[in-house]
Design a protein around this ligand. Structure first.
Ligand code: SF4
Length: 364
């Protein structure tokens, strides 16, 4: 059997859609994973889980979800938190704009929706950080409103069910999902198709023998070769060299509000400079950085280098330290530099990179 050109791929008719619904719902009810956000699927819990699951595996998300819900059990507590508190709980999960958007959206809900989650699709999609898929998932899973929901898993299931081997417009997937949405069990059905993609119709090796939709699947009928995608291109890693300067002044640390690197999370950072070429000597760059902040030249001690990965950046940070307690320092008064108590700096410094740098600098 050949793959089909999208122009001749038909959206399934009613009979086939109903058959698919029944098969997949039955399977889901017996095989679904017990995930924390599936207990009490309130709009708030579904929203937090969906945002955390973007680009992130379930097993990574589960402990973060528990911690986040323990600290911020509802919209009101999240809206009342500071950005630093939210970022501290997000540290290590990556893609930090998600946390900032969650926080902004909670403040909007507190201010404009009386602290409730909006219940129309348009209002949900209007919140920061919520796109078409996330809005549809929340509306469908938490409000049980029939909605087509298309994520990567659903796209793959549809591709294989129809044995599509050419590129098709995104709209095609949404139309198929719209055609088979379930009017009564919208919440379960939306999760069932995604779960089928995650557990059975897996990217590299689909488990067709365990698939409830096997009898409807054109790829299965045509041979397993249709089920296996071409290998994905490996993401190119970018090496980044930088210096981090830890300046201690009478039990306090000098922190900067301006972020030196946009993919390192947190509102506050340690003084940092990216070494754009190999010709820049780290010792010189660190000294110049300290001098810009303090207005005087001081000796620095180099501590161990710290390695850290964020998304596709592989960072090597040379950490320098100075105790400037003997100097009368006058920090610029424009509000983006602060002296933070060493013991309380963990609340302001949320990035794992800076936590490692602090650990190495203050160790002794
Ligand atoms: Fe995917 Fe195989 Fe099921 Fe088809 S039969 S939907 S390829 S797991």
């Amino acid at each position: 059997m050949n793959g089909l050109d999208f122009k001749v791929i038909r959206i399934w008719g009613e009979k086939k859609n109903r058959e698919f619904q029944d098969l997949v719902l039955d399977w889901y009810r017996q095989n679904q994973r017990r995930l924390p956000w599936r207990r009490q699927p309130t709009p708030y819990r579904v929203w937090i889980s969906e945002v955390m699951l973007q680009q992130t595996q379930v097993k990574t998300v589960v402990p973060y979800f528990h911690r986040f819900l323990r600290c911020f059990p509802d919209i009101a507590t999240l809206a009342a938190a500071s950005e630093e508190e939210v970022m501290a709980l997000w540290a290590g999960l990556g893609y930090y704009s998600r946390a900032r958007n969650l926080h902004r959206a909670a403040m909007i809900m507190a201010r404009e929706f009386g602290g409730d989650f909006p219940c129309t699709l348009e209002e949900i999609e209007g919140l920061p950080g919520i796109g078409r898929y996330t809005a549809a998932a929340i509306h469908s899973i938490a409000f049980n409103c029939p909605q087509p929901v298309v994520d990567g898993n659903v796209r793959r299931v549809i591709t294989r069910l129809h044995a599509i081997t050419t590129k098709v417009p995104e709209d095609y997937f949404w139309r198929q999902a719209q055609a088979w949405q379930h009017n009564k069990y919208s919440s379960d059905f939306a999760q069932a198709v995604m779960e089928l993609g995650a557990l059975v119709c897996k990217p590299a090796a689909p488990l067709c023998s365990a698939c409830p939709a096997q009898s409807l699947c054109r790829s299965y009928a045509g041979g397993i070769q249709f089920c296996v995608p071409a290998p994905r291109l490996k993401r190119v890693l970018e090496n980044v060299d930088l210096v981090v300067v830890v300046l201690e002044w009478r039990g306090k640390l000098i922190l900067l509000k301006k972020r030196a690197i946009n993919y390192v999370p947190g509102e506050w950072s340690l003084p940092t400079k990216i070494l754009s070429t190999k010709n820049i000597k780290p010792e010189k760059a660190a000294k110049a950085l300290a001098q810009t902040i303090l207005g005087i030249s001081i000796p620095l001690v180099e501590k161990v280098a710290v390695r850290h990965s964020i998304t596709h950046h592989r960072i090597r940070a040379r950490v320098f330290y100075a105790d400037v307690g003997e100097y009368q320092i006058k920090l610029p008064a424009y509000g983006n530099i602060c002296l933070a108590e060493k013991s309380g700096s963990g609340r302001l410094i949320t990035s794992s990179l800076y936590k490692k740098a602090l650990c190495s600098a203050l160790r002794g």
